[in-house]
Design a protein. Structure first.
Length: 490
């Protein structure tokens, strides 16, 4: 372990860096080695949220009247600050979330890209002008910010998801209360620090750490919080949705996925195997867009699964601080136990375990939450492992006999986030794009691929609120329209 530094106690940001009124803190550990304590964070409560809302409300009029292109400039500055400390944030993400260095680099790059794209939205915050029926009438629409908005995020993408929600809200002219996940708040705090260093005025962005049931719930229930953007699990998201919409505020929920990956008989199998591994085992399967169901045609199923298992057997699993490690630990004990539980359920339901299936505890791995990459074959739609979001390194291979069955099984799920098909058949790929029930779809690309200039989000049980994040739709959730009719002269 080497020299151990005394962990820092981090504070909330409510107009300034401040301690919670509770005087209590919680601990954040490295999931690859729990002897490594990353820091302590404020165990805030409803009173801290009240202060944050008061502060955000007071900051709103000046921020609202700051021209949108100038608001966008702060995003560009924050992006540059993050880029200047690229490796620092990469190391932190790996230490706090357990991602491989490659996956952490991808998240930091994504954070920078979303900030730059959304900063540019300040100059594109457009309304529309269409002809009036009346002579002399000039009519148009304008967007206005809502006021104070809440941002509640999950632990698995603690920098980029927070960045795209906060940047959308701020560029639109809102002030923000941000509650990060208690598992990975340090990476989120670094983002807040970048906004502070970029000169975002005090009170415009507030950061409050603490339990979801207290801090998150107080944000959701507060009458002055005009909208809440949430990413996380279905159970929590559905519960918050009720609290927020019952008081007439807006709710945007991006939740779980169980994403299908179809391998057609003509597919490039090397590419498909690589991308199943990238999408299914990258970040140890803990991504909403993770590949979790692989639907393979029977004529290539044996060959494909052999190639997949063979490639997985040579993967390096371990502490992700080492460059060569391809898959690190799960985020905490709860995540690890959930995966191990589903592996047992899969075995009991009659799926065939092809590899993995156990916790890894050799040497120093015993200090972390490691689960071996696991592949089941013979999975059919009514099995629990084909329906529930496991959020771990568990891939279910399902053998199909026809294109119709592949589409039918792919859609036989309550979620609708991402999807992909591997084929060189243009007609089949087009049919798949039209038939698949998902907010994101791909051809010969992994389920996890996305770019910030396109809308991101899911349908069915994955997405609530109906307004996509990022892309041309990013500003819709954070603004309201005013329609203006003018008659410059009689
Ligand atoms: P979670 O639902 O447990 O927590 C999400 C956030 O909600 C955390 O900040 C948590 O503290 C807070 N929270 C908990 N209880 C609350 C309450 N009663 N009121 C208000 N807030 C509360 O989710 P998680 O375990 O952090 O994240 C994993 C989940 O996130 C997975 O289901 C994954 O699919 C999903 N996810 C979805 C997307 C997407 O874009 N669709 C992206 C990443 C993760």
């Amino acid at each position: 372990m080497g020299l151990v530094e005394t962990p820092t106690t981090y504070r909330n940001y409510i107009g300034n860096w401040v301690e919670s009124g509770t005087a209590a803190v919680f601990r954040v550990e490295n999931p690859a080695d729990t002897r490594d304590v990353i820091g302590f964070f404020q165990q805030s409560d409803e009173a801290d949220v009240e202060k944050a809302v008061t502060t955000a409300r007071a900051a709103f009029p000046d921020w609202r009247s700051t021209p949108a292109p100038q608001r966008g400039e702060f995003m560009f500055r924050a992006a540059q600050i993050i880029e200047d400390d690229f490796d620092g944030l990469v190391q932190l993400l790996t230490r706090e979330v357990g991602k491989s260095l490659k996956d952490s680099r991808a998240e930091v790059r994504r954070t920078i890209n979303v900030l730059r794209f959304l900063g540019g939205e300040g100059t594109r915050l457009a309304g529309e002008t269409v002809p009036s029926w009346q002579q002399g009438v000039v009519a148009y629409t304008k967007r206005y910010p809502l006021g104070v908005v809440g941002v509640i995020t999950p632990w698995n993408v603690p920098s980029a998801i927070a960045a795209w929600k906060i940047a959308s809200a701020l560029v639109a002219g809102n002030t923000v209360i941000f509650k990060p996940s208690s598992l990975t708040p340090t990476s989120s705090l670094k983002l807040v620090q970048a906004f502070v260093d970029a000169g975002v005025p005090a009170g415009v962005l507030n950061f409050v750490t603490g339990p979801g049931g207290k801090v998150g719930n107080a944000i959701a229930a507060h009458p002055d919080v005009r909208a809440v953007s949430f990413t996380g699990s279905n159970s929590i998201g559905s519960a918050i949705n009720k609290v927020v919409t019952a008081r007439g505020a807006r709710f945007q929920g991006e939740m779980g996925g169980k994403n299908p990956f179809i391998v057609m008989p003509d597919a490039d199998l090397e590419l498909a195997v690589n991308d199943v591994i990238a999408g299914g085992l990258g970040e140890a399967g803990q991504r909403c867009t993770a590949t979790s169901r692989v639907l393979v045609f029977e004529e290539i199923a044996d060959k494909f699964t052999k190639m997949l298992v063979n490639r997985i057997s040579s993967m390096k699993i371990g502490n992700p601080k080492e460059e060569s490690v391809e898959m690190g630990p799960l985020a905490d004990e709860g995540q690890m136990n959930t995966s191990l539980h589903y592996i047992e359920v899969g075995k009991q339901e009659g799926a065939r375990l092809l590899c993995g299936g156990e916790r890894l505890t050799e040497g120093d791995l015993a200090y972390g939450y490691y689960v071996a990459p696991t592949v089941f074959s013979g999975v059919v739609p009514d099995m629990t492992i084909a329906q529930d979001e496991i959020f771990g390194p568990v891939i279910s291979v399902m053998t199909v006999h026809s294109f119709e069955q592949a589409i039918d099984w792919a859609n036989n799920i309550r979620y609708g986030l991402s999807s992909t098909i591997y084929t060189n058949n243009y007609a089949k790929a087009t049919e798949f794009i039209d038939q698949i029930q998902a907010g994101l779809t791909h051809v010969n690309m992994p389920t996890t691929y996305s770019e910030p200039q396109y809308p991101f989000g899911g349908i069915k049980a994955t997405g609530l609120g109906g307004v996509r994040e990022q892309g041309s739709t990013a500003m819709d959730f954070y603004t309201e329209w005013k329609t203006v009719y003018t008659k410059p002269k009689d």
